[in-house]
Design a protein around this ligand. Structure first.
Ligand code: FAD
Ligand code: FES
Length: 281
């Protein structure tokens, strides 16, 4: 059982939980993830390790409520327990030797990109962070990114905060201004990672993306998380979740991730005992 030490609602949809998990905190590295199960009936759900504190023995996860499991998790409070919390899983991001990097985050993907930005900044690299959101109300981690970046560029789709536009617009401008990045790390919705990779490809800038296929066991045994990378089949849980964005088949990943859309929608329906009827019908 894993106790919740701290909880913050970062915005209407995104929650931060700090969980007491000393064995995971001891080994965790940027780019790795955990798989949790809220209770004995829960499904296994992967979430990135957004931060860790080895001394306190805690792991921070930041997640968006999209369906049943993330909703159950967001409803827990400080002092409550999570039944299973397994990790660290996945291969840590290769950050050795990186001198000038652009870390690009989209929405909740910013939480996943934060540990990479922090590790690179602390290693002395020049770190430009480009964080994109739909609008002002859902901007997260501004203060945290300010503390671990050389320059922070925030953009919103509707222009309600900082720069109006997409992360790819800002990234292209920075590259065209002569910023010779030796690495771009892009984490966010699949289309965003696809278009960041398409932006950097003509310039030949190495680009790492963190893939989010449906995962079940997280050990390379079930095959659920298979992705096509450079025409080869890889398992994101053990071969990733980081991959070279220039050779990922994003369209296949999008198709596979929508396999259970109908079941997920049905799962969200429930009989409301207060007012009767089915919600989300
Ligand atoms: C390595 C990895 C790291 C991730 N890190 C984060 C994170 O830090 N923060 C965050 O908000 N989200 C993260 N995700 C996505 C998160 O796992 C899904 O949002 C979550 O599983 C949704 O579960 P649900 O029951 O609430 O929603 P559901 O209604 O079951 O599903 C909603 C959508 O979530 C995705 N999903 C569902 N089940 C899984 C599963 N077992 N594995 C992967 N995706 C699934 C599918 O795209 C699905 O369409 C990560 C995914 C992976 C693979
Ligand atoms: S989640 Fe089962 S093989 Fe990756």
């Amino acid at each position: 059982m894993y106790k919740i030490l701290n909880k913050q609602n970062l915005n209407q949809y995104i929650t931060l939980l700090e969980v007491y998990a000393p064995f995971i905190a001891k080994k965790a590295k940027p780019g790795q993830f955990i798989i949790f199960r809220v209770d004995e009936k829960g499904e296994r759900v992967p979430l990135t390790i957004a931060d860790f504190d080895r001394e306190k023995g805690s792991i921070t996860i930041i997640f968006q409520v999209v369906g049943r499991s993330t909703e159950l998790l967001a409803n827990l409070d400080v002092g409550d327990y999570i039944l299973d919390f397994v990790g660290p899983l996945g291969i840590p991001t290769h950050l050795d030797g990186v001198k000038k990097v652009a870390v690009v985050g989209g929405g909740v993907g910013c939480a996943i990109a934060y540990p990479q930005a922090k590790a690179l900044f602390n290693s002395g690299a020049s770190v430009d962070v480009i964080a994109g959101f739909r609008n002002k109300d859902i901007v997260i981690l501004e203060e945290e990114f300010n503390a671990v970046s050389s320059r922070l560029f925030i953009c919103t789709d509707d222009g309600s905060y900082k720069e109006k536009g997409l992360v790819t617009d800002v990234l292209k401008r920075l590259i065209d201004e002569g910023n010779d990045y030796d690495l771009v790390i892009a984490i966010g919705p699949i289309p965003m990672m696809k278009y960041v990779s398409l932006t950097t490809k003509p310039y030949g800038i190495k680009t790492i993306v963190s893939l989010n296929p449906i995962m079940i066991d997280g050990t390379g045994m079930c095959g659920g998380c298979r992705v096509k990378v450079d025409q080869e089949t890889k398992f994101a849980c053990v071969d990733g979740p980081d991959f070279d964005g220039h050779v990922v088949d994003f369209d296949e990943l999008m198709m596979r991730n929508s396999t259970y859309k109908k079941q997920e929608m049905l799962d969200k329906k429930h009989n409301c005992r207060l007012v009767g009827g089915i919600q989300n019908a």
